[in-house]
Design a binder for this molecule. Structure first.
Ligand SMILES: Cc1cc2nc3c(=O)[nH]c(=O)nc-3n(C[C@H](O)[C@H](O)[C@H](O)COP(=O)(O)OP(=O)(O)OC[C@H]3O[C@@H](n4cnc5c(N)ncnc54)[C@H](O)[C@@H]3O)c2cc1C
Length: 473
């Protein structure tokens, strides 16, 4: 059932899930399907977390926030954890482009096409490219390798900043990874994408999330929106429920889809954890945040085909730090052409950025920077579509401060935590029985596919726990 905002929750549940990001929703759906009683609580007024959208002008304009591209594995995950209809609406992005001072490449983002481009355009020996891909494929999460991305690229392509840019820049855009992050995170994310290219949902995020909501209700998951969990109840060392509006909702297990740091330090409280676990949690670094500019075209306005995902930069070389700069010289354009459910063309420009750069600004400075960002973005787009300015009807921008306000992620972190967050997340239920976490952590469990899969993975741990408690289902 879908609770109304004012409804009081009087039932006890097998599992309460805090947050309806892709991890929270996927866990809820699988648990519901398996016959557990599940309550999904979301502080926002709609499901989806970062998998979200907004409308303008009576829904004539629809803007997707994070639907830019994910690996092919999403098809299998959606078929397994959701349904065939959802899986069948995933399609490949055929045209990914890179336009920067070092190269101009159009690609399907597949291993075959990357190999061909690296050999023919960048002049790298075929054996080297093959050895690189083989190395990535053999990388194992359990190897505990300390190699960084910088060392990985220096090993295979010494002194080749252009090749590093080709291989690394899309991943930096996608999840904020830098050359100092562990190579294993790059290896896993890049290999996922490289298996068969980049994919998206036809029909947009709103359509997808509505279908997911239908599926959740069909599987008897109870949902309550606009309900912020204030605290997780720990009694006798175990999670026993959550507090909403000052009232306890009892549950045998609790899964938090909120940020791992907030879950441990705020929702539970450090007094419930051993000192070394708290120390590890406090040491978790957050990933960077995002700025976006949303541009909606006037009715009937058309544009030449410029590709679906266009990585652009005017910066001479690949420098991850510059991708995060307030005065950004690099941005990705996602172009959403007209389709049945999208009456007007939409273009969303995304850049990675630092929360502090925006948070420290006064109200006036903040508005000025936003205007500057919008203006620079339109100028950047004019390089591809010279008359774009006169075709625009809606132009808006979001910053890390916006991301933080809507998702409750500390510092507006758009891809959860750096690598060390994974260990803390995976050990949460070993530290407090009955309390689980699933959501963007450790880079590899981030993004649409990583988050959805992590939700499903945690179902196994929750069911073992419920089974051990002799909970009948
Ligand atoms: C601008 C941008 C672009 C992106 N582009 C891509 C992309 O192209 N491809 C890709 O794969 N990924 C992309 N991502 C990342 C991807 O969207 C996320 O990694 C993924 O959706 C996160 O899912 P999650 O399960 O971790 O939960 P989140 O989406 O973080 O959702 C967590 C939910 O928990 C709720 N919550 C938190 N605390 C509480 C509380 N106390 N009580 C109730 N509810 C609470 C929040 O409101 C939120 O709805 C992008 C992200 C951003 C920001």
């Amino acid at each position: 059932m879908l609770y109304k905002v004012r409804d009081e929750i009087t039932k006890d549940y097998d599992v309460v899930i805090i947050g309806s990001g892709l991890a929270g929703m996927t866990a809820a759906n699988v648990l519901g399907r398996h016959g557990h009683s599940v309550l999904l609580l979301e502080s926002h007024n709609k499901l989806g977390g970062f998998a979200t959208w907004f409308y303008r002008h009576d829904r004539n304009h629809v803007f997707d926030i994070s639907l830019h591209g994910f690996p092919v594995g999403m098809i299998k995950s959606c078929r397994k954890y959701w349904n065939k209809e959802i899986a069948d609406s995933i399609v490949q992005l055929k045209d990914v482009r890179f336009v920067n001072p070092q190269f101009n490449v159009q690609t399907t983002f597949t291993k075959e096409h990357y190999t061909e481009t690296m050999v023919e355009k960048f002049g790298v020996a075929k054996e080297t490219v093959e050895a690189f891909f083989k190395h990535l494929a053999e990388m194992n999460f359990y190897d505990n390798s300390q190699m960084t991305n910088r060392e990985l690229f220096e090993k295979f392509f010494p002194g080749r900043n252009d090749v590093t840019r080709f291989l690394m820049e899309p991943i930096t855009y996608a999840n904020g990874s830098t050359l100092d992050d562990p190579a294993i995170t790059y290896g896993i994310v890049f290999s996922n994408f490289m298996s068969k290219g980049v994919y998206t949902f036809t029909g947009g995020t709103d359509h997808l999330i509505n279908r997911m909501k239908e599926e959740l209700l069909k599987n008897n998951v109870d949902i309550k929106l606009q309900t912020k969990v204030e605290k997780i109840q720990i009694e006798n060392g175990k999670a026993q429920g959550v507090y909403v509006n000052g009232k306890l909702v009892k549950a045998k297990a609790v899964l938090s889809n909120g940020n791992i740091r907030s879950t441990v330090l705020n929702l539970v409280g450090e007094e419930h954890f051993p000192a070394d676990y708290v120390e590890k949690t406090k040491a978790i670094r957050l990933n960077s945040s995002s700025c976006q500019v949303y541009m909606g075209l006037k009715e009937g306005a058309t544009i030449p085909y410029i590709g679906e995902l266009v990585f652009t930069s005017t910066h001479p070389t690949y420098e991850p730090a510059r991708l995060l700069d307030l005065k950004v010289s690099s941005r990705t354009f996602s172009v959403y052409y007209q389709e049945e459910r999208r009456p007007r063309i939409a273009i969303v420009s995304s850049t990675n950025c630092h929360y502090e750069d925006w948070k420290k600004l006064s109200k006036e400075e903040y508005e000025k920077e936003k205007e500057f960002m919008i203006e620079e973005t339109i100028k950047g787009l004019e390089a591809f579509i010279p008359d774009i300015r006169e075709k625009l009807e809606v132009v808006e921008a979001a910053t890390p401060v916006t991301v933080e306000r809507y998702t409750l992620h500390p510092k507006g972190s758009s891809f959860g935590t750096k690598f060390e967050g994974l260990d803390v997340s995976m050990n949460l239920h070993k530290t407090i029985p009955g309390l689980f976490h699933a959501g963007s952590v450790g880079i590899i469990m981030s993004g649409w596919l990583g988050a959805a899969n992590y939700g499903a993975i945690q179902v196994n741990a929750i069911e073992s726990y419920l089974g051990a408690q002799n909970v009948s289902v």
